[in-house]
Design a protein around this ligand. Structure first.
Ligand SMILES: NC(=O)c1ccc[n+]([C@@H]2O[C@H](COP(=O)([O-])OP(=O)(O)OC[C@H]3O[C@@H](n4cnc5c(N)ncnc54)[C@H](O)[C@@H]3O)[C@@H](O)[C@H]2O)c1
Length: 388
């Protein structure tokens, strides 16, 4: 019997537009899905550019109006890959139009907007997903299994750093990620948001209170002339503008499982390109991960025999590890794009089987609550509790 078709519309065609498009194209080639995704419409603002992207990525149609597309009766799923300030508006409108929604992180640029998006989602039976794709890396999903099985015993610490250097050069222009009105925050919402999701996911714990600091080192940058997206190839205009977001945000945290946490995100760490590195320490061992070596986990277990104890590196590409039976024999590695393919597998399973996709809008809202409590603490210079 033919599978039910799910017509997808994707808004945004740059960095995430490419990653999501590739995942829609690939997911049914690796996984046996209960439904058939159809790459129906790609949406962008410039007709010439969205037409070219639609042809390159394999979309049947293109459009320059997301408002029109979310109201099309033949569209089942809206995927939002636009800058942050539009997420709440588009996701709420799409849910109200009866569409399943996958929204790039963050869910919104304020907790109030994120709460409203969650409230709207909770009034429907529609799938509502937030794109924290690193959860879908086999290493991270396997780390969660090890923690849940008690291999590390009671967890005491989560220690995360997410470091990049792509805005190190002061001539990098004021792209939307450096504008608070569009991005909400800087490294904090861009990078700490990923660590926050990972900590919640791997430990199965909630943040209770936080204490943070932020700094903006490069306070002015050239205005951007070309606003087409991506993290490279910008063109600047002659004028300067004010950077309105943090270059670095670091914070301490406490969790409801009793663990403590430290977090740091910056895009001014020379030589660190996409260093999403975290470590978790329990009473019986530790696990460490680095996205730049995403097929590996470093593991230390105190139960190992004396003389053989030490961190060892395991390949998380064994076929019994999460998602890996769809791919290759062990250690025939996978990459960044597979985190999105794995996410689409879970998404279409949820749509086809009527089950819940995670992370969902509740996870997005909780993430936003942590981000906002840290920002509050930076201003108050004191500990702030995290809203639930
Ligand atoms: N999950 C991840 O790991 C990850 C990684 C990068 C970015 N993101 C998130 O994805 C989102 C997009 O980031 P990106 O790096 O792809 O940005 P980008 O700047 O590369 O692309 C943004 C796209 O949105 C389009 N766009 C902007 N405003 C629009 C509008 N009003 N209507 C229609 N299209 C519009 C632009 O033309 C462009 O195609 C952001 O929210 C970001 O936080 C997530």
């Amino acid at each position: 019997m033919a599978k039910k078709q799910i017509n997808v519309a994707l808004i945004g065609y740059a960095f995430m537009g490419k990653a999501h498009s590739n995942a829609y194209r690939q997911v049914g080639r690796f996984f046996d899905l209960p439904v058939e995704p159809v790459m129906k419409v790609l949406v962008g603002r410039s007709e010439a550019k969205v037409a070219a992207a639609a042809a390159q990525f394999g979309w049947q149609e293109y459009s320059t109006s997301w408002e029109e597309v979310i109201n099309r009766p033949d569209i089942d799923l809206i995927d939002i890959g636009t800058p942050n300030d539009s997420h709440a508006l588009i996701s709420q409108a799409a849910l109200k139009a009866g569409k399943h929604v996958l929204c790039e992180k963050p869910l919104a640029i304020s907790l109030a907007d994120a709460q409203e998006s969650y409230r709207v989602a909770a009034t429907t039976n529609l799938v509502n997903g937030i794109c924290h794709n690193y959860r879908k890396a086999p290493a991270i999903a396997f780390a969660r299994q090890l923690v849940a099985e008690g291999k590390l015993g009671k967890i005491r610490h989560f220690r995360g750093t997410y470091l990049q250097d792509w805005i190190l050069d002061p001539s990098v222009p004021l792209v939307w990620r450096l504008d608070k009105d569009i991005a909400g925050s800087g490294s904090h919402g861009d990078l700490n948001a990923h660590l926050i999701d990972t900590a919640r996911f791997v430990m199965g714990a909630e943040f209770t209170e936080v204490s943070g600091l932020s700094e903006t080192f490069i306070k002015e940058r050239p205005l951007v002339a070309d606003t087409d997206g991506g993290l490279t190839g910008f063109k600047s205009s002659g004028e300067m503008g004010k950077v309105t977001v943090d270059d670095i945000t670091a914070f301490l945290a406490r969790f409801d499982n009793g663990a403590t946490g430290t977090f740091e995100a910056t895009r001014l760490a020379p030589g660190r390109k996409n260093y999403n590195r975290w470590e978790i320490n329990g009473e019986k061992g530790s696990i460490a991960f680095n996205l730049e070596r995403m097929n590996e986990l470093e593991v230390y277990l105190t139960d190992d025999p004396q003389g053989l104890q030490g961190f060892h590196t395991i390949q998380t590409t064994e076929n019994f590890m999460p998602y890996m039976d769809a791919y290759w024999p062990v250690a025939h590695i996978i990459g960044y794009e597979h985190t999105f393919i794995n996410m689409m597998k879970d998404l279409f399973d949820a749509i086809g089987n009527g089950t819940q996709f995670t992370p969902d809008f509740k996870d997005g809202m909780r993430n936003q609550a942590v981000l906002e409590a840290v920002e509050k603490s930076v201003v108050s210079r004191s500990w702030e509790s995290v809203a639930h």
